[in-house]
Design a protein around this ligand. Sequence first.
Ligand code: FDM
Length: 212
Amino acid sequence: RGSSSNSRGALVVLEGLDRCGKTTQSSRLTQYLEGLGHSVELWRFPDRTTSVGQMISSYLSNESQLDDHTVHLLFSANRWEKRSLMETKLKGGTTLILDRYSYSGVAFSCAKGLDLEWCKAPEVGLPAPDLVLYLEISPEMAAERGGYGSERYERIDFQNKVIKSYQVLLGSNWQIVDACRPMEVIEKELQETVLDCVKKCQNGAPLSHLWS
Ligand code: FDM
């Protein structure tokens, strides 16, 4: 597949508030691309399977307490420990669909009051996504979808702060997707956008690094 010698997989990130539909949409998107014969993998951050990921997981479920800065750096370390595999996969032609990435890292920590530039710094040098799909929904509507669970950040007041910090991060490779619409409508829209992006990367669009 792909005509250019610089052909590679695309790095596509789904972002948004808790319960915006990211997880459903990212797995449907993966199935869609697989169905078209593309090499594609679905990853999620935090990756709770590593030892760093287990520390994060116990923090999120309130089983442990950590300083805000410390947990921020753990989330970042959890991406760095996957960096080399991420780049290998992309160079090998596999498209990666990521359920959350550095934008969650910065948005959630800033919502706690940490400094924006401080939060962005440890992410510098990670592979930059070719496309960020931001699934936009109000915290109230998200909460109605079966209600928030018991994890640390699942509160409406906090989610409102997260929205504000996401807005600061918005860049030219972002697509804002109205996530209040029926699942199938959103799915169709994402398919078209992502397919375009996959083709660009097959044609050799260079991979860049954060924060670009
Ligand atoms: N989260 C996620 C962060 O605070 N920082 C990060 O870097 C990442 C990737 O962890 F509330 C938050 C966002 C969410 C929580 O995410 C767990 P999932 O998608 O529910 O596993």
